[in-house]
Design a binder for this molecule. Structure first.
Ligand SMILES: Nc1ncnc2c1ncn2[C@@H]1O[C@H](COP(=O)(O)OP(=O)(O)O)[C@@H](O)[C@H]1O
Ligand SMILES: [Mg+2]
Length: 422
């Protein structure tokens, strides 16, 4: 068990000479992105406590793999420090870091059977130990015990005699996981290891990795772009976007109190709805289609927002659509619109236990998209989760009651969350 600590880590890839020349030739000096190498990772401060399961989640291209490769020693740092178990490893080669890495496409040794693939790292470690026949027999036994245990855990006992080419993609990935586990390193680094598995196997393996990690207590940094994987696996989650960490917290904290609009939208599936509203002292949010009276806990944090526009965020599960009365199209007197908004249903996704209702806000001015990440804001769409038993059809008008104690507010300019003060 070892703590992994990253301090002010930066990573910049130098552009390849050809590309650099080309950019110079095109010579758009006004655009620094073309000539100056971009930092792929910026100011990363991150600690995985000894024995912790930390999940690193973010959209494709945000720098997750690069960060793992820096920790593993497969890429040099541009700036900053990395400690593993109290040792500064900035200049240590991968071998000296005592970590095991599992990639999405992990190459197994093609000429070795599954058993020997699993035992390979263990035998290599064993070579450093003093020789002696009794000792070696004991060592063989230890290795085979551990291989069998790992095989059992990952349900690959029946595959031990096969060669990698006789395995399906999912089976290969399990062997790769097994090989890392069998080595019993100080730290596991896993880079989207379940991406190639089918849905059922992925859910199963997800649970097994978590259990296994709990059993072994090996510090694990697990990378994924899948927010469900992050929510279900991590004791803490680090959310990344464009080379920077946006928030590090427990899954529930991330869900309940996202640090900013990016985290609020990225974490949660389907994503949060965003609407631009105006705040009026005291505690009133106004939108062309509805008004919301906020709980008192918002009074203090919104002191400086009088008459200003702010972003209202409502998760699809935070509307009440359960009463029949709410299905009626009430006449639009102002009290009917208090804490309620009206949508016209245009699409339904039935998942059995629940239905996702996609609707158009009936009186709606929606927030302008400020960044590529906020797809829902591009149309006047409101997404609602209702029970699978709720009877609704396309074309219906629905009244949605906002659960005012669950809503989120964000500064329009910075995107940072405003937090209610209890
Ligand atoms: N060797 C490299 N040279 C130049 N750019 C790279 C290199 N490796 C990764 N990048 C860039 O760094 C960014 C982050 O990549 P990566 O860490 O693979 O993201 P993720 O794993 O989150 O999808 C991407 O824009 C990618 O193009
Ligand atoms: Mg990656």
């Amino acid at each position: 068990m070892a703590k992994v600590l990253l301090e002010n880590v930066y990573k910049t890839f130098q552009p390849s000479p050809q590309k650099f020349q080309k950019n110079l030739a095109e010579s758009d000096c006004s655009n620094p992105e073309l000539t100056v190498p971009q930092a792929v990772l910026r100011q990363i401060n991150l600690t995985a406590e000894a024995g912790e399961f930390l999940v690193l989640v973010g959209p494709s291209g945000c720098g997750k793999s690069t960060l793992l490769r820096l920790i593993a020693g497969l890429e040099p740092l541009s700036a900053g420090n990395i400690w593993i178990g109290g040792t500064l490893v900035n200049n240590l080669p991968p071998k000296a870091r005592d970590i095991a890495m599992v990639f999405q496409n992990y190459a197994l040794y093609p000429h070795l059977r599954v058993y020997d693939n699993l035992a390979f790292g263990l035998r290599r470690m064993g070579r450093q130990l003093p020789a002696g026949s009794g000792f070696q027999a004991q060592q063989q036994k230890t290795i085979s015990d551990r291989v069998l245990r790992v095989a059992e855990l990952l349900q690959i006992e029946s595959l031990l005699k096969r060669y990698p080419k006789e395995l399906s993609g999912g089976q290969k990935q399990r062997v790769a996981l097994g090989r890392a586990i069998a080595r019993n390193p100080q730290v596991f680094l896993m880079d989207e290891p379940l991406s190639n598995l089918d849905a059922r196997l992925r859910t199963e393996t997800r649970a097994q990795i978590v259990e296994l990690q709990r059993d072994l207590g090996i510090t694990t940094i697990y990378v994924t772009h899948d927010q469900t994987e992050a929510m279900t696996m991590g004791s803490r989650i680090a959310v990344m976007d464009r080379g920077q960490i946006q928030q590090i917290a427990s899954p529930l904290e991330i869900y309940n109190t996202p640090a900013n609009r990016f985290v609020a939208e990225f974490m949660g599936s389907p994503p949060m709805n965003f609407l631009s509203v105006q705040y009026t002292k005291t505690l009133l949010l106004t939108h062309p289609g509805f008004q919301i009276v906020l709980p008192y806990s918002w009074e203090h944090p919104l002191q400086s927002y009088d008459q200003k526009s702010i972003i209202l965020g409502i998760r699809p599960e935070h509307f009440r659509v359960n009463s029949l009365e709410l299905k009626l199209d009430l006449t639009s007197d102002s009290t009917a619109n208090l804490n309620r908004l009206k949508i016209r249903v245009h699409r339904l996704e039935s998942l059995g236990h629940e239905t996702l209702v996609y609707g158009e806000l009936v009186y709606g001015e929606l927030v302008q998209p400020q960044s590529r990440n906020f797809s829902l804001t591009k149309s006047a769409q409101i997404l609602v989760r209702v029970s699978g038993e709720f009877a609704v059809t396309a074309g219906d008008l629905l009244w949605l009651e906002v659960m005012v104690d669950k809503l989120q507010l964000f500064d329009s300019e910075t995107g940072l969350s405003l937090l209610p003060k209890p």
